[in-house]
Design a protein around this ligand. Structure first.
Ligand code: 5GP
Length: 121
């Protein structure tokens, strides 16, 4: 798959507000936050979408969730609540084709998590 902007963040070729890093993953603030806390948690290895996941990457994906859990606890919103979202494909709103978890918190988030554009049309 092609390189994305997230590879440039991993390689420090462009700046990002990085809040966590380990050998498998990186977490940084979203440039266009949709909530008071909006982090992106990404694997360092390039995987375009959920559709491209290999069976042997289950542990890696689980790791993204334990990073989300730990960040929620450290940042103090584990009890008040938060949302993790992974968009897959264009209709779900995926714009960067390097798989990532959104971690959103800091306000009531509402449900469903989308705007029904068909009703607006
Ligand atoms: P998606 O729409 O693919 O689920 O989420 C991609 C996210 O990446 C968006 O929320 C967008 O604001 C964020 N994003 C895109 N480019 C950059 C960037 O250069 N830096 C950071 N920190 N976030 C970005």
């Amino acid at each position: 798959m092609a390189e994305t902007i997230f590879d440039k963040i991993i390689n420090r070729e462009i700046p990002a507000d990085i809040v966590y890093e380990d050998d498998q993953s990186l977490a940084f603030k979203d440039i266009n936050p949709q909530a008071p806390v909006h982090l992106l948690i990404i694997p360092k290895v390039r995987i375009a979408t959920i559709n491209d996941l290999k069976d042997d990457q289950e542990t890696l994906i689980g790791h993204l969730f334990t990073v989300a859990r730990d960040l929620a606890r450290e940042m103090g919103f584990d009890e008040s609540g938060y949302r993790v979202v992974m968009n897959c494909g264009e209709q779900a709103g995926q714009t960067v084709f390097h798989l990532h978890l959104h971690l959103l918190a800091g306000k009531p988030l509402g449900w469903p998590p989308y705007t029904d554009r068909m009703k607006q049309a």
